[in-house]
Design a protein around this ligand. Structure first.
Ligand code: OGA
Ligand code: MN
Length: 289
């Protein structure tokens, strides 16, 4: 295994690894260590069929199965796709589905509105448009380390409330009313997530964040907006131009991400598996007891 920096402040490109060979005892320990220390990993030229993708994800933790979480019982896991096409072809730019993809273009962290947040997203490129459709990552660990003390003071002991329909309302009122967006009760998490392996702290925030405990609506909105703007300054952002065979993974505890637009007449399909955090990943550090 060989690696090189992905960005000056975070991330690694990992070479000489076929992700199909990774098992709990072979390569996973090294990859997991890189993930804890560097927050984002890129593997080029991979050849993961859906079963390989799922097997890789299972090494990191329980697969996030939103339908099972919502139903409170077992529901068969299906690998989620981030795509503007279905069996009938490319979906219209004004369809609720494509509007929901536009929600992904706001800087966010996945799953902060769920009963258990996500540890990781493992994204595999399947169909790519001719231009655009990049995925960008921002290090909330590097940004937190650099943040002016005045801004840090707001968040150091803060609790942030998250709601999926809050981010969707910025795209479309109709989208925000959809049952898939309103099915999760508001969720509070502590704003700072210390990494359990390295001790490094990161700001845990998202487009879904709608309030800071104990602060008014407008004050919360302004503080959250400024903090996300700080974390996503160009010096903290890696912009990924996808190639077929790329596998990009990121630490949801220490990054923000967003998709970039493309010509929606062209198909773009990525498969995405998130794993939920467990106690070993520092869940108790952010959980409100
Ligand atoms: C995601 C996501 C962005 C993109 O898969 O969680 O936000 O570039 N994707 O499609
Ligand atoms: Mn996402």
């Amino acid at each position: 295994m060989k690696f090189a920096p992905l960005h000056p402040r975070f991330g690694k490109t990992v070479e000489n690894v076929d992700l199909r060979d990774v098992t709990a005892t072979h390569l996973y320990p090294e990859i997991r260590d890189l993930f804890e220390h560097h927050s984002a990993l890129l593997f080029r030229g991979q050849n993961l069929v859906p079963d390989d993708h799922q097997r890789l994800a299972e090494l990191f933790g329980p697969l996030e199965n939103r339908d099972a979480m919502a139903a409170g019982r077992d529901v068969a896991f299906e690998i989620p796709v981030v795509s503007n096409e279905n069996g009938d072809g490319v979906l219209g730019a004004d369809s609720l589905h494509v509007l929901n993809l536009q929600g992904n273009m706001l800087w966010h962290t996945d799953s902060t509105f769920l009963p258990v947040p996500a540890l990781i997203n493992i994204l595999v490129a399947r169909v790519l448009p001719s231009h655009g459709g990049e995925t960008e990552l921002a290090s909330t660990r590097a940004a937190w380390a650099d943040m002016p003390e005045e801004m840090k003071a707001v968040f150091r002991d803060a609790i942030i409330w998250h709601r999926l329909s809050h981010s969707r309302a910025r795209i479309s009122a109709e989208l925000a009313r959809h049952s898939a967006m309103t099915r999760w009760p508001d969720r509070p998490w502590r704003a700072i997530w210390p990494n359990p392996v390295t001790g490094e702290e990161a700001l845990f925030v998202a487009s879904h964040a709608f309030a800071i405990e104990g602060r008014g609506h407008e004050e919360s909105a302004a503080l959250l907006k400024d903090a996300i703007a700080f974390c996503t300054r160009p010096e903290y952002v890696y912009s990924h131009v996808w190639r077929k065979g790329d596998v990009l993974i990121w630490d949801e505890r220490a990054t923000l991400h967003r998709g970039r637009s493309w010509d929606y007449r062209e198909p773009r399909t990525l498969s995405s598996i998130c794993c939920s955090v467990t106690e070993a990943d520092g869940l108790s550090e952010v959980r409100i007891v």
